[in-house]
Design a protein around this ligand. Structure first.
Ligand SMILES: [Fe+2]
Ligand SMILES: [Fe+2]
Length: 147
């Protein structure tokens, strides 16, 4: 798979994630305002699975592309990959929290809204710093990932 194909595949997954996030956000806000929870937990679990699948694809596809960039030193690439994986792990924890069995509806709604915000920020950041056409250039990338 070329870098371009990998970007397209990952950006397509981001679009599908955004749709799911939009629906989940509406539902969480309704629950926070006192509506029936209407499957919020099941949807939070489904989102968690979708995000894990996407993040696995992303790590698998981006690593060889990043490692082929001559303009970056290997240490810088390793730091970026590590930082990105750390962000994924943090997102998975947030999603696990939102799906946890023990939460009341109100607390789950809050946790879901945190997950929606964090995931949206993560995707925006990687679209700017990793997945944009012009991004894999030495002068655009910073040392950290979305630091
Ligand atoms: Fe990511
Ligand atoms: Fe992503």
């Amino acid at each position: 798979m070329t870098a371009k194909e990998a970007r397209q595949l990952l950006l397509g997954q981001h679009e599908r994630l955004r749709q799911a996030l939009g629906e989940l956000e509406r539902l969480a806000k309704a629950v926070a305002a006192g509506s029936e929870s209407a499957g919020l937990r099941a949807r939070a679990i489904a989102l968690g699975e979708m995000v894990r699948d996407h993040n696995l694809d992303e790590e698998r596809l981006l690593q060889p592309i990043l490692k082929n960039l001559d303009a970056w030193g290997p240490e810088r690439i390793d730091r970026l990959i590590e930082h990105h994986a750390d962000e994924h792990a943090a997102l998975h924890r947030t999603l696990d929290e939102a799906a946890s069995e023990e939460l009341s509806d109100g607390r789950r709604a809050s946790a879901v809204l945190v997950a929606v915000r964090e995931l949206t920020e993560h995707m925006e950041c990687e679209e700017r710093e990793l997945l944009a056409e012009n991004v894999l250039r030495d002068d655009v990338i910073t040392d950290g990932f979305c630091g």
